[in-house]
Design a binder for this molecule. Structure first.
Ligand code: UDP
Length: 423
């Protein structure tokens, strides 16, 4: 296949570095999304530059991942990790550095795809000064998030304004599920253009090993009942619900039951504190013997964990998309998830897994026990999950849809954003 040369595209992801090790603090779905979308678009012939903020002086300023696909780190604010809720003061500097980069290299981007509201703000600011089309993916919606958490950060008001302005002025919003589109319309604004393009997963890397082999490689009991969680340690991920559900399971005293909780954290940082809180609950409930906190799971081992598990649990209070659910399905492992956000779109109840009301420990216990009690049915759920991912959620398919969207938007004239926003 030969490709037409295409206009360079800037994917902007200020706090979600596409080149970072996933499982480090605050690194999760957004980092994976930007990197995978970037690489898949590059494979279709788009020159893709992924802009992020340098968060450590040792990080290279430019990383070439493959022909046509680079991570470019701009220095904006201190070269250290900054939690996303504290990133706003450095955005103006990021805009200036982006403009400087264009001036120095002679590359003038005509299309930017911004990720999360911090980058969304940068996009709005850039559009005041240069002719640009903006595509925006939220990854998380302020209004929905703040309904689900008890401590609302000081920056909330600004974020809600930026979320709304992005929806109303970006050339296109990419919602990753119909549920997200509905939230945007009902809770943010009636104005603005939305396309639904889901997240994807790497179907060639997941589900390529048998369950027996995966267990052998990881040293798990071939007959074990393995319940798996993977993801960030954040209270909104609902890991406490899972732990309490396991404490009520009818297999609670079965020596074959094992709860594996995977994901990285750093002591003293927000995710380290959450992990510490959860370890105390595990201890109080007397689950130490059956629970294993693995820490960050390496990319090479993650497919083995997914495949070795009998059930993967995604107990989030709120989940805009939830990559873990489709990664599990791609690995032939049924999912028990909260009945929220993108999980309602990806997990088909009774077909690829089960959905439960968020925070409802008893419902999670019942769902997990149903799957653990019935291996034949569980196998059917796993097969159906794999099929669903192959047809709906590959990164290649996602990139094709984005590529069509970019082509269409680039064929339309760009306009300077004439709006004075003060946040
Ligand atoms: N991941 C992780 N922890 C690890 C290794 C990988 O969370 O130790 C990956 C996981 O496989 C998934 C992503 O990080 O691809 C988490 O994405 P999701 O959408 O489920 O949650 P988010 O981080 O966006 O809240």
């Amino acid at each position: 296949m030969t490709f037409q040369p295409r206009t360079p595209v800037a994917l902007i992801s200020i706090h979600g570095d596409p080149d970072i090790t996933i499982g480090q603090e605050e690194a999760g779905g957004q980092n994976v999304y930007v990197r995978q979308v970037g690489e898949a678009l590059a494979a279709l012939g788009w020159p893709v530059d992924m802009f992020t903020r340098r968060s450590h002086p040792d990080q290279p300023l430019i990383v070439q991942h493959r022909p046509n696909c680079r991570t470019i780190r701009l220095i904006a604010g201190p070269e250290e990790f900054i939690p996303r809720d504290q990133g706003f003061p450095y955005l103006l500097e990021f805009v200036e550095k982006f403009q400087k980069y264009q001036a120095e290299t002679g590359i003038q981007y005509e299309l930017i795809h911004t990720n999360y509201w911090l980058s969304g703000w940068v996009g709005l600011e850039l559009k005041k000064h240069q002719l640009l089309r903006q595509v925006h993916t939220y990854h998380s919606l302020g209004i929905v998030k703040y309904q689900a958490v008890s401590d609302i950060p000081k920056i909330a008001h600004t974020r809600l304004n930026v979320d709304k302005l992005c929806l109303e002025t970006a050339e296109r919003i990419v919602a990753t599920s119909p549920q997200e589109q509905q939230f945007l319309r009902e809770l943010v604004s009636e104005i603005g253009n939305i396309n639904i393009i889901p997240c994807g997963t790497n179907i060639d890397q997941l589900g390529q090993v048998s369950k027996a082999d995966a267990r052998e490689k990881l040293g798990f009991d071939p007959q074990g009942k393995l319940v798996f969680y993977i993801g960030r340690f954040d209270p909104r991920k609902g890991i406490e619900t899972l732990i309490r559900a396991i404490a009520n399971s009818k297999f609670r005293y079965d020596p074959q039951l094992k709860l594996i909780i995977g994901g990285g954290s750093r002591p003293g940082c927000s995710d380290g504190l959450e992990r510490h809180r959860l370890e105390k609950i595990v201890d109080e409930l007397g689950l130490n013997d059956i629970t294993q906190f693995t820490g960050r799971i390496l990319d090479e081992e993650l497919p083995l964990y997914y495949r070795a598990a009998d059930v993967c649990v995604v107990p989030s209070h709120y989940e805009p998309f939830g990559l873990v659910a489709i990664e599990s399905m791609a690995s032939y492992t049924p999912v028990v998830a909260s009945n929220v956000g993108g999980l309602k779109f990806t997990v088909i109840p009774e077909v690829t897994g089960l959905l439960c009301p968020p925070k409802d420990e008893m419902a999670f216990t019942e769902a997990i026990d149903r799957i653990l009690s019935n291996p034949n049915w569980s196998k059917q759920l796993g097969e159906a999950g794999r099929k669903e991912v192959e047809t709906q959620f590959s990164w290649q398919g996602v990139a094709l849809k984005l590529s069509d969207l970019y082509t269409q938007i680039l064929s339309e004239p760009a306009q300077l954003l004439r709006i004075k926003h003060k946040f």
